[in-house]
Design a binder for this molecule. Structure first.
Ligand code: FAD
Ligand code: S2G
Ligand code: ZN
Length: 486
């Protein structure tokens, strides 16, 4: 970026958000230009941290007028490099963290209206304090923001019962790429007056505008919660267990999470836990959670019936039913730490795929066979939300192999094997994490020309100057994305 432009830009930003709203020093900027997994490193002249939607609008108006590109950023927990600028230094980062107000909780309408910079944990706590549940549950809740959750259409472990972010959103406020503000912060379940415009911005990964506030649905707070960790012979049995559980427990199933033997041993090592929750040889395990508005004892009995029926059908080899909240939290910590265990281990090839639930067993069996042909000693870290067909199929380097060597030698071949198989099974190459940069070029392979043309038409209609989150999601951007550092 030419220096004089840079100083004019900085002056303008300081005028809008104040000096406290602008970060320029390398050390201050660093956390905002490297992604969560430390794979993508970018550059920016300034990180702008507005306090109000009006400040966001003024910043974007300036950028629109002067052709300055913008990367909207929330908690920077993106798994696909979607939230950091590229190395060109010609984009500013707008981080919404300072916009973390809760506008309103309407108990009778079962809605909460929040600014986009609220963390997910903050919104969940505010809902709980009002006796309600905001039912989005993902391991990054302490850092990720509502704006990012909306922009990635986040999923997580409670999708089975409550849906993903798209299903939980009633209204939005968005600063458009030309700086105009579209406000529709209404909590209506029904409004059939033309295109449902909010759906354009949910899952758009910051490429169509900056979400500044949202109206989200609340759910009744469950009064009973039963959790079991179950050992099953294989993933196919897990899916039959799910079908059987649905017949007995119906809507009470809140989560159904698969954990492979290698995923379990990795996370136990990461957490320095000597004992696995289930003794004996590690096997395929399912963390199943029921919740209801009824009594605890009757829910425990339902879960027992699920397990007993499954045992009669040889679908279950062993199980523990959590007998306290502490035990429930312990089991969930094991499940939710798998992600960080991989990030810490380095050298994991993350394939966040989805297939029809009935194909999960076929996918895992076939994909594992293909990967072990490519990288015979890879650790098969396979886990996640199989209750909605989403498998985190994340082969990991053998402990004895250097991460960079493993990824450079096998990364692309493993990704191609897993993603290609998912698509051949009518599945998706990105179930919940989005496209960002990591999956951008694969879209060329897996999206039809009509689909890509439609997405480009929407992008050009809303952001003709291609200012919003350049180089993300849509494959036609030729902006080079160098500096993938490992
Ligand atoms: P960021 O990473 O900051 O940004 C993500 C994308 O949204 C980027 O494209 C960015 O440009 C855009 N964006 C951010 N804020 C705005 C805004 N206000 N307006 C417009 N665009 C914006 N994801 C799941 O779906 N399910 C999981 O189970 C899950 N588990 C995770 C566990 C861990 C430990 C970690 C680290 C991540 C996990 N994630 C999961 C991924 C990630 O947390 C989610 O994608 C989350 O929604 C990102 O939110 P964020 O605020 O960090 O967004
Ligand atoms: C999860 C986290 C991201 C990953 O734990 O459900 O979405 O693949 C994942 O590590
Ligand atoms: Zn997930």
């Amino acid at each position: 970026m030419i220096t004089f432009r840079k100083s004019a830009l900085l002056k303008a930003m300081v005028k809008i958000v104040g000096p406290e709203g602008c970060l320029v020093e390398d050390a201050d900027v660093e956390p905002f230009v490297v992604d969560y997994k430390g794979i993508y490193r970018g550059n920016t002249p300034v990180v702008v941290r507005p306090k109000t939607e009006d400040e966001v609008a003024q910043v974007v108006q300036y950028c629109h007028k002067h052709g300055v590109r913008v990367v909207p950023q929330g908690g920077n927990t993106s798994m696909v490099g979607g939230s950091v600028p590229d190395a060109s230094g010609n984009a500013i980062v707008i981080n919404l963290a300072r916009m973390n107000g809760i506008y309103e909780i309407d108990i009778l309408n079962d809605t909460i209206t929040v600014q986009a910079g609220c963390t997910l944990a903050q919104v969940c706590d505010a809902a709980t304090a009002s006796g309600r549940l905001f039912p989005l549950r993902i391991g990054s809740a302490g850092s990720c923001q509502i704006g990012g959750n909306l922009s990635t259409n986040a999923g997580g472990t409670a999708v089975l019962k409550y849906g993903n972010m798209r299903d939980l959103t009633l209204g939005l406020e968005v600063v458009l790429p030309d700086g105009r503000v579209w406000t529709k912060l209404r909590g209506l379940r029904k409004d059939n007056t033309g295109y449902d415009l909010k759906q354009l911005f949910i899952g758009a990964e910051g490429t169509l505008g900056i979400i500044t506030a949202a109206v989200l649905k609340l759910a009744p707070m469950p009064t009973a919660r039963s959790v079991a960790l179950v050992k099953v012979p294989d993933p196919r049995s897990a899916i039959h267990l799910l079908a059987s559980a649905k017949e007995i427990a119906g809507q009470a199933i809140n989560a159904f999470e698969l954990i492979s033997p290698d995923a379990m041993s990795l996370v136990l090592e990461h957490l320095r836990l000597e004992r696995a929750p289930l003794e004996g040889p590690a096997g395929w395990q399912i963390l199943v959670e029921l919740t209801s508005g009824g009594g605890q004892q009757e829910l425990d009995e339902v879960l027992m019936r699920v397990l007993e029926t499954a045992q009669e059908q040889q679908l279950v080899q062993d199980a523990i039913l959590a007998s306290s909240n502490a035990q429930i939290e312990h089991l969930w910590k094991i499940r939710e730490e798998i992600s960080d265990a991989q990030t810490r281990a380095k050298g994991s090839v993350r394939c966040d795929v989805s297939v029809p639930i009935s194909r999960v067993g076929d996918f895992i069996e076939e994909a594992s066979a293909r990967v072990l042909e490519i990288a015979p000693d890879a650790r098969m870290v396979i886990y996640g939300h199989v209750g909605d067909g989403n498998v985190h199929f994340n082969p990991l380097r053998p402990a004895s192999v250097d991460a960079k060597d493993f990824l450079s030698k096998f990364g692309d071949a493993i990704t191609e094997a897993a993603d290609g198989l998912a698509v051949s099974m009518e599945g998706s190459i990105s179930a919940e994490h989005g496209v960002g940069v990591a999956k951008r070029d694969e879209l060329r392979k897996y999206k039809s020309k009509v689909e890509l043309d439609l997405m480009r038409s929407v992008k050009r209609a809303l952001d003709p100057g291609d200012l919003m989150n350049p180089g993300k999601m849509l494959p036609e951007d030729t902006v080079p994305y160098p500096h993938k550092i490992c």
